[in-house]
Design a protein around this ligand. Structure first.
Ligand SMILES: [Mn+2]
Length: 410
């Protein structure tokens, strides 16, 4: 039995049916990027497989919903698979939530190098290089239960490198107990590793981030297996545009110009670090001082955004600033709660509601009957304790903004 080192690529969650979203508006010059980035990123996964000359490609589901992409989706994938077929590179594909094996349209023929795992029970393939077995892949497509039946997976009896190909979630301890060398997981859109030694369970994430919360580089994972059957994972970025979330801290001394300089310097660094990929940046300003109040209410945020967009937003590559938000201060000055002012009354009321978590907010009385019949009713019930606390905090800040006199800002 040979223990040779080898490499493969692990990718998933292409979601070709789903363009990036979660922004208020998309400027004209970035429209094509929004529409096409999921496709470009997926194509780069196949480019990577060819460029790295790996043994095979493991795909862990949610590649496309063929109903929603229309013919373009299956035709695109079949073409990409065909590029790998020309180089004799097999593809092992487990179905996820949106791409169960029976959703593939019969009119589009899958090339013979593509092996799909069924949904009913695990199936196995042994990958061979020049007639020598290198790895055993066991996989089962997602069956709507979300949880992976880890008991279905056993390591290769002859000691081959064993890969489990699955879509969903599982307890790390349950997976670790099986003796599988590499759990190729799918179903999470941000990259994450459940454990990495001695064995590995890994989600490569989507090749393309879809919304501001999915920040940082996205791509596929290059897995390198050594002679001792240890696997090492490396991110190979494929994203056509990258969401970034940046936080800058200011204090009571910070001036408009200081903040502008701070943002420009940070932007400069971001462009240097993330070369040749378009960036979408959400800014958060934290700290305290009069500038925070100005940013929350006034035209300053718009002015800063406009300046950043003009200087960096058009590229290429573009580094487009989406928004500037002010991080709510951790606490308000305690003396404000004691003052005999309308603001003091307001803050004391809010604090009572924060302490007595069972006390109803009675927001219903502010909403017309017509709206109560719609989706607003459950939204204002705020039965979730965290959501209630968050709304009360925001209400306190809004109240402070509206009820503080001009002198309080100075
Ligand atoms: Mn998914």
């Amino acid at each position: 039995m040979s223990n040779r080192s080898f490499r493969f690529v692990h990718a998933g969650d292409f979601h070709l049916e789903l363009p990036p979203h979660g922004v208020v508006e998309v400027p004209d010059h970035l429209r094509e990027l929004f529409v096409e980035s999921a496709w470009w990123a997926a194509q780069r996964v196949f480019d990577t497989v060819l460029a790295e000359e790996v043994e095979f490609l493991v795909l862990t589901g949610d590649l496309l919903d063929p109903q929603q992409t229309g013919p373009r989706g299956p035709l695109f994938l079949a073409e990409q698979f065909g590029r790998l077929a020309e180089r004799d590179i097999p593809v092992y594909w487990v179905g996820g939530r949106v791409d169960p094996p029976d959703s593939w349209p019969s009119a589009v023929t899958l090339p013979e190098n593509v092996h799909m795992f069924p949904r009913s029970r695990p199936e196995q393939f042994v990958y061979q290089r020049d007639g020598t077995p290198l790895a055993r892949l066991t996989g089962v497509s997602h069956d709507h239960s979300r949880t992976i039946h880890h008991g279905d997976f056993d390591p290769d009896p002859a000691g081959l490198f064993s890969i489990a190909v699955v879509h969903g979630s599982a307890e790390a301890a349950a997976l670790q107990s099986r003796g599988i060398h590499y759990w190729a997981m799918g179903g999470r859109h941000d990259r994450s590793t459940m454990f990495s030694s001695p064995h590995v369970a890994h989600y490569p994430g989507s090749p393309q981030g879809r919304r501001p919360e999915e920040h940082g580089p996205h791509g596929c994972t290059l897995v390198q297996v050594d002679e001792q059957h240890r696997a090492r994972t490396n991110l190979l970025p494929t994203d056509a545009m990258r969401w970034l979330s940046e936080r800058v801290v200011i204090d009571s001394e910070t001036t408009n110009d200081d903040l502008k300089t701070l943002l420009r310097e940070r932007m400069h660094t971001l462009v240097e670090i993330n070369q040749s990929v378009d960036l979408l940046v959400s800014w958060t300003v934290a700290g305290n001082g009069p500038l925070c109040t100005q940013l929350r209410r006034g035209a300053l945020a718009v002015e800063l955004i406009d300046a950043l967009r003009a200087e960096y937003g058009f590229g290429p590559p573009a580094a487009w600033s989406l928004s500037i938000q002010v991080e709510p201060a951790a606490s308000l000055p305690p003396e404000w709660y004691e003052q005999e002012t309308i603001r003091g009354d307001f803050l004391r009321t809010i604090r009572q509601l924060q302490i007595n978590t069972g006390e109803p907010l009675d927001l219903e009385s502010y909403v017309s009957e017509e709206h109560m019949a719609g989706i607003l009713a459950p939204a204002i019930a705020l039965s979730d304790a965290t959501a209630r606390e968050q709304v009360l905090c925001e209400a306190a800040l809004l109240g402070v903004d509206l009820l503080s006199g001009e002198e309080a800002e100075a």
